[in-house]
Structure formats: C-alpha cells, structure tokens
Write a protein that binds this ligand. Structure first.
Ligand code: NAD
Ligand code: TYD
Length: 359
C-alpha cells in the first residue's frame, strides 16, 4: 500500500497503530485522520510526529467532503478505521453521539471509500488486490457470557446491550453490507478489552491507577465480579498489522488476550503494584475500594475465542499480563504531565457527573 488512512489515530489504540505503521513502513504514507474529541490527543504521537511518512489531518468522519479530499490528496489505497466514541458509560448518557459517530460516521467513510476506489461487485476481484478497508470492532457486539467457560466465536449471533455496543454492531453490519453489495474489499476484527499506555482515564485500568496515586476512592461497579479479557494494546496493534496485510477479504477475526480477570481482582492487583512503586506499605490503598451502583445493562463476562486468527495467520499475544500491567502502571506513574494535562478541566467535570452521586 502507498498511503494508508488511519481514522482515530490520536486515540488510545489508534496512536499505537499509527506508531507501529509509521516505523515499520517508512515507504508508506500514514495519514492520521482524527477529529480530536476529548479522547484524541496528539501528544500520544510526539515521538513520530516529525517522521516524513506521517501526516495528521484534523477531520470528522461525518464530513464526507473532507474525507474525499483527503483520499484524493494522498491517493489513499488502504483505510484502517478506528475512530469512534468508545466509552460504554458515556453511551448510556448520550446514545445519539454514538449513533452519529459510530454508525453514520462509518457509513460516510464506507461511501467515500467505495466511490473514490470505484468499487462494484463487477470489479470486486480487482479491487481486493489494490485496496483494503479495515474496520476495527469490539467483542461487546456479541453481548454477554455466563461463568461457564464459553467463548465468543466469529459466528456468534450479535446481541449488543449498551448503546456503545449497539452502535458498533450496526457499523459492523454496514461494513459487511458494503462488501456484499458494492464489492468493497473489507476485513473486520472484534477485539477484547485493551490496556496499556495512552488510554484515557475514563476506562477501568488507567482510572484506578490515577485514583490510587491520588488517594481517591476506587469506584467498583456492582460486586466487582464482572469479567473482562484483557489484551496489551501493542499486541492488538500487531494483530491489526497482520490482518490488514494478510487477512482474507470479507472475513472477520476475533482478537483476544486469553486473559480473563474479575474487575475486583484487577483492582487489587493494581493497588499492590502502585503501592509498591510509590513506596507505600502493602495493601495501604485497599481502603480506597468503594463499591458503587452498578452500570445499567452491565455485561457479566467477555471472553474471546481467537483460534481462527491463530490458525489462519499465526497470531498470538506476546505480552503476558504480568509484564503488560507492570509496564502500564510504570508508564502512568512516570508520565505525570500526560495524565495531569488530561485530568484537569473537562475531565474533572466528567468525573464529577459520572461518580459524585453514584451510591
Ligand atoms: P479512544 O476513545 O481512545 O479514541 C477514539 C479516537 O477517535 C479519538 O482520537 C477521537 O478523537 C477520534 N474520533 C472520535 N470521533 C471522531 C469523529 N467523528 N471523526 C474523527 N475522529 C473521531 O478509542 P480506543 O479505545 O482507542 O478505540 C479505538 C477503536 O477500537 C474504536 O473503534 C473502539 O470501538 C475499538 N475497540 C476498542 C477497545 C478498547 O478496549 N479500547 C476494544 C475493542 C475495540
Ligand atoms: P471499561 O474499562 O469501561 O471497559 P468496558 O465496559 O468496555 O468493558 O470497564 C471495564 C470493566 O470495569 C467493566 O466491567 C466496568 C468496570 N468499571 C468499574 O467497575 N468501575 C469504573 O470506574 C469503570 C470505568 C469500569
């Protein structure tokens, strides 16, 4: 590929994907197309912003004209689509924002890509050799599992429960519809929960690290028994690289960490490591654990069967959870400027509105 447009490249996962591609493919132009919402932060990419093959375009995925002019200007032949509203709690507050960006934004991008590349069913075979539209999705579209050892498979029925997962499910359907109806050469992946540096501290792991450091209550929803399957973000970025280059057009691949944790156990683990790093006595921050009202429609358990990706493309996560969580915590504790910059102002208001009255 000569030019790859990465949407949402200033966000958490997107910034790791941009970094990987800019460094690994110096002959390819990497265009980071991002609206810079509260979750977008160009300081995530300071280390690569001066690279010759990197360019940032401030744009909205709902802005068809801007997308088209960017595709034309850089003769884009590959798209990796990560831009989204991504936080479940915010989706409960404002479902429409999620429908706009995740559904209509994705549809706008699909339409512009199809038209710019001139895709149709008649020329689908040629298009699939030249172009790629890669849609990044989530395991949350499959709904919720019981504590029975079952795993989400690519063939599972979609059963989203939150406005976030409903909007991602809808966007996935549009992506497949553009493949089946217009011959757009698409690939999709559905990934489990990511963690690592540069994650916005509205999500469980960075929120807990930041609160422990500042001796603030640690809000555990419900009984803390919900289970998530955690994957280190750089392993996700490597899977994205693999699927983008080697995945079969029209196919969906699940990506997961083989790493299930109950929320309360993760919180206790983070407390132990942060206390140790800050030279506090073991368990000093246990008293900060505060059980609060559960999230509405809270999915009980997510766990991924990624055997298709393993068998077909040979992917496996490289980072153990012990390594990944240590690296992540050390990164947050030593990048105070990054976290301080985003936890003032709007974040304070968000935090107060989300947690102040949560009994
Ligand atoms: P994030 O919230 O950290 O970043 C989203 C980025 O998209 C931000 O840079 C934001 O500015 C940008 N953006 C939002 N609306 C936009 C718009 N209208 N136009 C252009 N840019 C816009 O999200 P993330 O956690 O990095 O997730 C990235 C993608 O991966 C999302 O599609 C998400 O659904 C998916 N995903 C995330 C996880 C996870 O654990 N974080 C797991 C599986 C899948
Ligand atoms: P989150 O990081 O928001 O990811 P997702 O909801 O997409 O899985 O939440 C992970 C889990 O942690 C989820 O079960 C909700 C729970 N949680 C808390 O208990 N307290 C919190 O303050 C947050 C943000 C999440």
């Amino acid at each position: 590929m000569k030019a790859i447009l990465i949407t949402g490249g200033a966000g958490f996962i997107g910034s790791h994907v941009v970094r990987l591609f800019v460094n690994k493919y110096p002959q390819t132009k990497i265009i980071n197309y991002d609206k810079l919402t509260y979750a977008g932060n160009l300081s995530n990419l300071k280390d690569i912003e001066g690279h010759q093959n990197y360019v940032f375009v401030k744009g909205d995925i709902l802005d068809a004209k801007k997308i088209r002019s960017t595709l034309e200007e850089y003769k884009v032949d590959g798209i990796i689509h990560l831009a989204a509203e991504s936080h479940v709690d915010r989706s409960i507050r404002d479902p429409f924002a999620f429908a706009k960006t995740n559904v209509l934004g994705t549809l706008t991008l699909l339409q512009e890509a199809k038209d710019f590349w001139g895709c149709s069913l008649a020329n689908a075979a040629q298009s699939s050799k030249k172009y790629r539209f890669y849609h990044i999705s989530t395991d949350e579209v499959y709904g919720s599992l019981d504590f029975d050892g079952s795993l989400f498979k690519e063939t599972d029925r979609y059963e989203p429960h939150s406005p976030y997962s409903a909007s991602k499910a809808s966007s996935d359907h549009f992506v497949r519809a553009y493949h089946d109806t217009f011959g757009l050469p698409v690939v999709l992946t559905n990934c489990s929960n990511n963690y690592g540096p540069y994650q916005f501290p509205e999500k469980l792991i960075p929120l807990m690290i930041n609160n422990i450091e500042h001796n603030k209550p640690l809000p555990v929803y419900g009984k803390g028994i919900n289970v998530r399957d955690w994957l280190y973000v750089e392993d996700h970025a490597k899977a994205i690289d693999l699927v983008f280059h080697k995945g079969t057009v029209g196919q969906t691949y699940n990506i997961g960490g083989f790493n299930e944790w109950r929320n309360i156990d993760i919180v206790k683990l983070i407390i132990r490591i942060v206390d140790r790093e800050l030279g506090r006595a073991e368990g000093a921050s246990d008293k900060l654990i505060t059980y609060v009202a559960d999230r509405a429609g809270h999915d009980l358990r997510y766990a991924i069967d990624s055997s298709k990706l393993q068998k077909e493309l040979g992917w496996r996560p490289e980072t153990t959870f012990t390594q990944g969580i240590e690296k992540t915590i050390k990164w947050y504790l030593s990048n105070k400027e990054w976290i301080d910059n985003i936890t003032k102002g709007a974040y304070k208001r968000y935090y107060k509105s989300m947690y102040a009255n949560r009994k």
